[in-house]
Design a protein around this ligand. Structure first.
Ligand code: ACO
Length: 279
């Protein structure tokens, strides 16, 4: 379940975001989140994921579309490998050190990972449409972040790689479900267990990209998509996304019943609007 927005928490300041390696620009209904650690190839940290989760909880009302991108010519090199070192990353909790020292129990590890996953889960919220604009590498956690979005637009230099198994890990940042939903369990197994790079053209063929354009065309393609998304009625868009999200887990009977319920709510809303403004 995607975390709910917060009524009380304040949005992170620009300084806090910079410390977490992020930038945020909100312009009316559009929020643009940029991973901004180009000197580390936009590698991601626990602090960054906490800030991402906080962005999700504190987005201003009225934001309908969120665009995620990486600074420069790379989306993200995945987790900052310093997080796996015994000393960890300065100022951040090192779960590896805690496990080695026996100072965290299994519930503690579970809660720690659940906290990291919050940075990715909110991107599924039905009231938002989330778009990943991917240039260059999207590795490991970077690939999973792109998978968390509703729509992926790739530059033709993009390369997707689920590196975790090659490092002795599993992908645990919410990416396995969308990957399997999109490519099926067999192709997902092959992609994950070989940790190979999937180029933009293959990603398009597999349904991992909704569009592939040249790197120069990427900003314009994203802008055109955002404009088209904003032209749709916001309540109908939210109801439709919620309906589509439940389709893979529903039987046909459950899904058609869900369609009826959602449409009854839409018809009621439309009838109410017409009664209030007959013109
Ligand atoms: N974590 C920390 N630092 C990183 C990471 C990372 N994931 N990726 C790159 N960097 C650092 C490099 O150490 C290097 O630092 P330095 O300048 O101090 O030497 C700097 O970023 C530039 O990296 P290069 O490797 O020189 O950049 P290049 O463009 O040649 O290669 C690439 C880019 C392919 C992304 C390469 O850096 C790479 O393979 N990185 C590691 C990817 C990885 O294994 N990620 C973890 C996946 S698993 C997960 O996300 C859960």
């Amino acid at each position: 379940m995607a975390p709910a927005p917060s009524d009380t928490e304040t949005a992170p300041t620009g300084e806090e975001l910079a410390r977490a390696g992020l930038r945020l620009a909100v312009d009316g209904p559009v929020a643009r989140v940029t991973i901004d650690r180009p000197e580390r190839r936009n590698a991601m940290t626990g602090r960054m994921w906490a800030a991402l989760a906080r962005i999700g909880r504190t987005l201003p009302d009225g934001v309908r579309v969120v665009v995620l991108a990486g600074e420069g010519d790379i989306f993200s090199a995945g987790i900052d490998l310093g997080m796996f070192s015994p000393e960890g990353i300065g100022g951040e909790r090192s779960i590896v050190a805690e496990i080695a020292a026996g100072t965290v129990d299994p519930e503690g590890v579970d809660a720690y990972i659940a906290g990291l996953q919050e940075g990715f889960l909110w991107l599924r919220r039905p009231d938002l449409v989330t778009v990943a604009a991917v240039r260059g590498h999207a590795i490991g956690a970077g690939f999973q972040l792109a998978l968390s979005c509703d729509i992926r637009i790739l530059a033709d230099d993009a390369s997707l790689c689920m590196k975790e198994p090659a490092l002795g890990l599993v992908p645990d940042l919410t990416g396995t479900k969308p990957l399997v939903d999109i490519v099926g369990v067999h192709r997902a197994t092959e992609i994950c267990l070989t940790a190979r790079r999937v180029g933009a053209r293959e990603a398009r063929e597999l349904g991992l990209a909704e569009a592939v354009v040249s790197a120069g065309e990427l900003p314009g393609a994203v802008d055109d998509l955002v404009a088209a998304l904003l032209a749709t009625d916001p309540d109908a868009a939210a109801a439709t996304k919620a309906l589509l999200q439940q389709a893979p887990g529903n039987t046909l009977q459950q899904q058609v019943a869900a369609e009826r319920r959602a449409q009854a709510a839409r018809l009621t809303a439309l009838a109410g609007a017409r009664a209030a403004d007959p013109s």
